[in-house]
Write a protein that binds this ligand. Structure first.
Ligand code: Q46
Ligand code: ZN
Ligand code: ZN
Length: 309
C-alpha cells in the first residue's frame, strides 16, 4: 500500500475515505481535517481563548496538540477525579497531562476534586446516592460543573472536548433508539453559550474516527493513558460502539455517514419547531454562581452538600 500523496510506503489505510498515507502526510492530514471541521461548523476563531478539557487520554491530548499546531490560543484543564482502580488511573492520567503541557510549554489548569471539595468522585457518588455501583452520573455532573466554572472564572470564550466520531455516533445511536428529542436537538459539534454564565462548547474531533486519533497519537509520539477509567467497562456506550464497529466493518464509512446525515437533517430543519424552554428558566446558584434550572442550589452544590452531611 502506497501513500496517495508521495508514493512512499503507507502506514495508515483508511477504508472509510479510500485513502492511504505515509507517516509524514498522515500527520499533516489529521490537523487539516480538524481545521476543516472548525471552519465548516464555525466552532471558533484565532481570536477566541480556548480551554481544552484533557483527561490524559489519546483524544483530548491529541486535540490539544492539534489546536496548538494550528496556532489557536488553548490552555488545558485537567480534573482530578480521585479514581484509583488497579493501575492508579487518576494519578497516571494527571502525570501524563502535566508532562504533555511541560513538553510544549503550555498552561495546564488543575482542579482536584478531593482537594477542592473534600471527597473523591466515587465517595461523592456513594454519599449522595447518585451511583450505587457506578459513579458515572455523579462524575458527569461534577465534570460539566467544574468545566463550565473554570472556563467562566478564567474568562475563556470556548470549552473544547475531545469527543471523536465513535463517541458521537454511539451517543446518537442511543438517543435515536430512545428518540430522546431534547438530547437530539442539543447534540452538535457546537453548543452556543445561549445564556449568561454558560460557555460555548465545541467538539472539533467529531468527524475523526477513534482509530484515526489513536494512529495520530501514536505517530506523533504522544504519551497517553492507555487504560480506560475502570468504571467505563460494561457501559451502554461501549456496547453501542461495538455494534457500530460491526456495521463499519461491513460498510466502511457507515459511522461517519450516520453522524453527518444527522447533522445535515438538523441543518435542513428537522427539530426546528421545538424550543428548549429550560434555558429560559436559568438563574444563578446562590452558592457557586453557576447557571442552573434547579429551584435553589444547583445540582452539583446539592450533591456536594450531601457528602458533608
Ligand atoms: S464518567 Fe464514569 Fe467516565 Fe467518570 S467515572 Fe470514569 S467512566 S471518568 S467518561
Ligand atoms: Zn506521503
Ligand atoms: Zn451551585
Amino acid at each position: 500500500m502506497r501513500c496517495r500523496k508521495c508514493g512512499q510506503k503507507a502506514v495508515v489505510n483508511m477504508r472509510q475515505h479510500k485513502l492511504a498515507l505515509c507517516k509524514e502526510h498522515y500527520l499533516e492530514w489529521v490537523p487539516a481535517q480538524v481545521e476543516r471541521t472548525i471552519l465548516r461548523y464555525r466552532l471558533f476563531t484565532h481570536e477566541d481563548k480556548l480551554i481544552v478539557a484533557v483527561s490524559g487520554g489519546k483524544d483530548s491530548l491529541s486535540l490539544w496538540d492539534i489546536l496548538w499546531r494550528l496556532g489557536y490560543q488553548a490552555e488545558g484543564l485537567y480534573i482530578g477525579l480521585g479514581i484509583h482502580g488497579e493501575t492508579g488511573y487518576s494519578e497516571t492520567s494527571r502525570k501524563l497531562a502535566e508532562q504533555f503541557a511541560i513538553q510544549r510549554s503550555l498552561n495546564l489548569r488543575i482542579v482536584d476534586v478531593l482537594e477542592e471539595y473534600g471527597s473523591t468522585i466515587p465517595d461523592i457518588a456513594a454519599k449522595s446516592n447518585r451511583g450505587r455501583n457506578k459513579p458515572c452520573a455523579a462524575c458527569g455532573l461534577a465534570k460539566r460543573h467544574i468545566m463550565n466554572q473554570a472556563a467562566r472564572i478564567g474568562n475563556f470564550t470556548v470549552l473544547a472536548t475531545g469527543h471523536n466520531l465513535d463517541d458521537e455516533a454511539a451517543i446518537l445511536f442511543g438517543n435515536t433508539l430512545h428518540w430522546a428529542s431534547s438530547y437530539l436537538i442539543r447534540q452538535a459539534p457546537l453548543l452556543e453559550a445561549d445564556a449568561e454564565g454558560l460557555i460555548r462548547k465545541v467538539k472539533p474531533l467529531c468527524r475523526m474516527y477513534e482509530r484515526e486519533m489513536a494512529a495520530y497519537a501514536l505517530l506523533r509520539g504522544i504519551d497517553y493513558v492507555y487504560e480506560e477509567c475502570p468504571f467505563a467497562t460494561g457501559s451502554t456506550t461501549i456496547y453501542y460502539k461495538e455494534l457500530l464497529n460491526k456495521l463499519e466493518a461491513e460498510q466502511p464509512g457507515a459511522k461517519l455517514n450516520f453522524y453527518l446525515t444527522f447533522l445535515q437533517a438538523k441543518e435542513g430543519g428537522l427539530f426546528n419547531e421545538k424550543v428548549d424552554s429550560a434555558r429560559e428558566l436559568l438563574h444563578n446558584c446562590p452558592q457557586c454562581g453557576e447557571p442552573t434550572t434547579a429551584p435553589t442550589l444547583c445540582a452539583f452544590c446539592n450533591m456536594i452538600g450531601k457528602t458533608s452531611a
